[in-house]
Design a protein around this ligand. Structure first.
Ligand SMILES: C[S@@+](CC[C@H](N)C(=O)[O-])C[C@H]1O[C@@H](n2cnc3c(N)ncnc32)[C@H](O)[C@@H]1O
Ligand SMILES: [Zn+2]
Length: 172
């Protein structure tokens, strides 16, 4: 059982920028924080993502795109200061997962989490050989694969790497 105290806090992360951390020990299966924001159509969500990516590419400013897929029709634009869940980083060995429950996006623990630990989840990025190197992973876990790639696609990535190595050997 959790008490009513806020079980998370936002602070600087060793993984990247700002992160979200546990303020108490947390049991597996706990709803930590809801990812809140403006509900927009996929079309609008894609438009906003593209606009923000372009903005960061064209300036020295660094930033993140906080568009979260709710379902096949809608996204949540979580780029508002009240949405602290937007700061949760990715890990190759995450302690949380995303649960969509009755149209709400919840970040829930998938293991016991100790006070002070950073909350992370698998961003679920598909492996795409054209641009996976754009997302270097700094999660620091022992099993880090080096890039932000969904664990579901690690097999695809490893096979692709094997093929490349074989091609490189042949061309020597
Ligand atoms: C939704 S934000 C997460 C919050 C971010 N730390 C911040 O301060 O805005 C997503 C961005 O954080 C960075 N990020 C998240 N997880 C990362 C990781 N494991 N390694 C490197 N960068 C990461 C990437 O730049 C990603 O595009
Ligand atoms: Zn990693």
């Amino acid at each position: 059982m959790q008490n009513n105290k806020k079980i998370w806090m936002v602070k600087t992360s060793k993984i990247h920028g700002t992160g979200v951390f546990a303020t108490q020990n947390i049991a597996k299966g706990t709803r930590i924080i809801e990812y809140i924001g403006q509900k927009v159509t996929k079309k609008e969500g894609d438009k906003r993502s593209e606009r923000r990516i372009k903005k960061y590419l064209n300036s020295k400013e660094t930033g993140s795109v906080y568009i979260f897929e709710l379902n096949s029709r809608y996204d949540i634009d979580g780029s508002y200061s009240y949405n602290k869940a937007r700061f949760i980083n990715h890990s190759c060995n995450p302690n949380c997962e995303v649960d969509i429950i009755k149209g709400k996006i919840w970040i829930s623990s998938i293991k016991k989490i100790k006070i002070g630990e950073e909350f992370t989840y698998d961003y679920g990025y598909e492996f795409d050989k054209e641009d996976f190197t754009d997302h270097i992973c700094e999660c620091g876990s022992k099993k880090c694969i080096g890039y932000i790639i969904s664990q579901d696609d690690w097999g695809k990535y490893k096979n692709w790497k094997k093929k490349i190595k074989l091609l490189e050997k042949k061309s020597i």
